[in-house]
Design a protein. Sequence first.
Length: 125
Amino acid sequence: MRVLIPPPLRSYSGGRVWVEVEGATLGAVLDALDARYPGLRFRIVDEQDRIRPHIRFIVREEFASALTCPLAPGDEVTIICALSGGSTLGKRRLTQGRGDAKVGIPPRLARAARGRSRKPALAGS
């Protein structure tokens, strides 16, 4: 399966944006990544084997929140790192509904990450 490495972690992957690895779960994929790129897993998972608070995963266009998340052959895993500070250009791009094309986040997921959706709220909800 293909794994999208976010820009802050690409120094561990030798600058590679997409990496091919095998694994039946998200945890197994991270183990495979760490075997190939030592130190990468520790930047994603802490000493208690929990996903770090600033890391998110997208699998099959849904957020995956556990290392036990099952994966199927052909799945793409997107790793997202939350960042603070910097330019407002990225924020403006997300708020204009275009997603984040630089790391391949579809607009719908970018809106979901911000807690907003274009779908109107149902009456009484």
